[in-house]
Design a protein around this ligand. Structure first.
Ligand SMILES: Cc1cc2nc3c(=O)[nH]c(=O)nc-3n(C[C@H](O)[C@H](O)[C@H](O)COP(=O)(O)OP(=O)(O)OC[C@H]3O[C@@H](n4cnc5c(N)ncnc54)[C@H](O)[C@@H]3O)c2cc1C
Ligand code: SF4
Length: 496
């Protein structure tokens, strides 16, 4: 702790953003950067408390409290304060393969459990992480580090999201020959086709990392679905026969549907399909319009989470006529409630970039709470939808369920409807072909930190094992699965 009085002298400061109406004109990231002196002051705010909680990554009341990859936060904050950036990067690299991703998109459970956060704004941990990482890339400290020896073992990683990338990076580091099979045309999973470019730049950030991994010796094979059933696909048996182990990181890609009247009308799409087509168009230089476009349309996004926010921001950038967001849950409180004390994840109202942008363009927050959709109306394509207010009430089994409130129906214009209501676990085809056990929610059965499935050669990590989650948990799982896979292959492991 370089500056014992830092937390008394300095207030929390995070970078400002480009003004909403300005950033809506492009697809670029929109956070400004803090200068060196300000960053060092933010490092100085860390109290290096006797018992820090920021790095614990424990589940409390079902939510992450502290950093799931156990970043050495008080250490790197101190090194930032002292201007020892290279050493700070060395600390970060010990625990997190991809701080440039988490520094941009992590919701920062570390900050929710920062001790300073009990009575002051928490340390700006996430921005410090991002700044250390970008400094390291900028200074040329992130260089390919191929392993010094090869073990002769071959591992297939299926899926190239953050779990697959973390597993591949670690297994390669241990000396195994790693091939990542990805069915999409580009690697990255939801880092590439999910989270939009303005939150996480695809060429400058995601592909930069992939290129570095390739230079370290990881092979990426795209347009390669394992067990997809078409001629060009690779059969799971073939993969098992040609590799010593397989790590499945296939994500939780089954979106939750809304099977109400009119669901099959044109213009009703799953959010990730819309976001994927948009990123493809952005990466092609917007030479052609995206296959699903919001331009000139009245858009309704159903779902108030991160995915919904990304749909709002994307629709606005595409030039929609209007955008609204419908959420079945009530509005969160503005401050922590007594039942949600520190160091739990604070369940408070979050106004994210998409809502800020909608408010700047349309004059109001786009969200309607305690509302659901009863039906979609149109002939061939959707034109309108009927929304209705709900109240959460207990049923005879004591479970809370949403009950429609009679007389609250409203008909809303809707030329494009985006379903962003969460995910129902992994697709079942590949786990089924490998005869893997799944749990009650359809996730691949394998204990956290062990990651072994019932098949002796197959491991599982990320959203396909834990259910829809976060990038930082995917990295945690990919690293742990790599460690256990290495142990199984070699009899012991040095991987963390
Ligand atoms: C729109 C959106 C925004 C999000 N925003 C955030 C955010 O801001 N912050 C955050 O922390 N989290 C966010 N998340 C969640 C986060 O992206 C996921 O938790 C994380 O990507 C999961 O990583 P994963 O590697 O397990 O799976 P994924 O990233 O889903 O990757 C799985 C990959 O496996 C591939 N695959 C599947 N089956 C096969 C097969 N049979 N053969 C070959 N390849 C296959 C898929 O094509 C995919 O590329 C967001 C999610 C969405 C949908
Ligand atoms: S990965 Fe997330 S939780 Fe961990 S230090 Fe970074 S922002 Fe915090």
């Amino acid at each position: 702790m370089g500056k014992p009085t830092g937390f008394l002298e300095y207030m929390r400061e995070i970078p400002t953003d480009r003004p909403p109406l300005d950033r809506l004109r492009d697809w670029n990231e929109f956070h400004h950067k803090l200068d060196e002196e300000k960053l060092r002051r933010q490092g100085a705010r860390c109290m290096d408390c006797g018992v820090p909680f920021c790095h614990t990554g424990k589940l409390i009341s079902g939510m992450a409290a502290g950093c799931p990859v156990h970043n050495l936060i008080p250490e790197f904050n101190d090194l930032v304060f002292r201007g020892l950036w290279r050493e700070a990067y060395a600390r970060l690299d010990k625990t997190n393969n991809f701080p440039e991703f988490t520094g941009r998109v992590c919701p920062a459970p570390c900050e929710g459990s920062c001790v300073l956060g009990i009575n002051r704004p928490p340390v700006a941990i996430k921005n410090n992480e991002c700044s250390i990482s970008e400094r390291a890339w900028g200074e040329g400290w992130v260089v390919p580090r191929p392993p010094k020896f090869r073990t002769g073992k071959k591992v297939a990683v299926v899926g190239s999201g953050p779990a697959g990338l973390a597993a591949a990076a670690q297994l390669n580091r241990a000396g195994h020959a790693v091939t990542v099979f990805e069915r999409a045309d580009r690697p990255g999973g939801l880092l590439m086709y999910g989270i939009p470019n303005m939150k996480l730049d695809k060429r400058d950030v995601v592909l930069r990392r992939i290129r570095n991994m390739e230079a370290e010796g990881v092979t990426f094979v795209c347009n390669a679905e394992i067990g997809g059933g078409s001629v060009s696909d690779i059969e799971p048996d073939e993969l098992l026969a040609t590799h010593d182990a397989i790590v499945l990181c296939i994500g939780a890609t089954q979106p939750r549907d809304l099977p109400v009247e009119g669901r099959n009308l044109d213009g009703v799409h799953f959010a990730v399909d819309f976001l994927t087509e948009n990123t493809k168009a952005v990466l092609s230089g917007n030479k052609t319009a995206p296959a699903i476009s919001a331009a000139g349309k009245h858009v309704i996004v159903i779902g108030g989470g991160d995915t919904g926010t990304d749909c709002v921001g994307t629709s606005l950038r595409q030039g929609c006529a209007s955008v609204r967001q419908i959420e079945i849950m009530p509005e969160s409180p503005r401050a922590r409630q007594p039942g949600n004390p520190w160091p739990e994840w604070p369940k408070v109202l979050k106004t994210d970039y998409g809502q800020e942008e909608a408010a700047a363009r349309q004059g109001a927050d786009p969200r309607a709470y305690l509302t659901t959709v009863k039906k979609f109306i149109g002939e061939k394509s959707v034109r309108e939808l009927v929304a209705v207010e709900v109240k959460w009430e207990k049923n005879q089994n004591g479970q809370f369920i949403p009950r429609e409130q009679p007389g609250t129906e409203k008909t809303l214009k809707a030329d494009l409807v985006l379903l962003a209501m969460g995910f129902l676990g992994p697709e079942q085809s590949l786990p089924g072909q490998l005869k893997l056990e799944t749990d009650a929610r359809g996730n691949i059965k394998a204990a956290h930190e062990i990651h072994r499935t019932n098949h002796p050669k197959v491991f599982a990590a990320g959203d396909c094992r834990r259910g829809q989650s976060l990038v930082v948990w995917a990295i945690n799982e990919g690293r742990a699965a790599a460690r256990e896979c290495d142990r199984a292959l070699m009899g012991s492991t040095l991987l963390p």
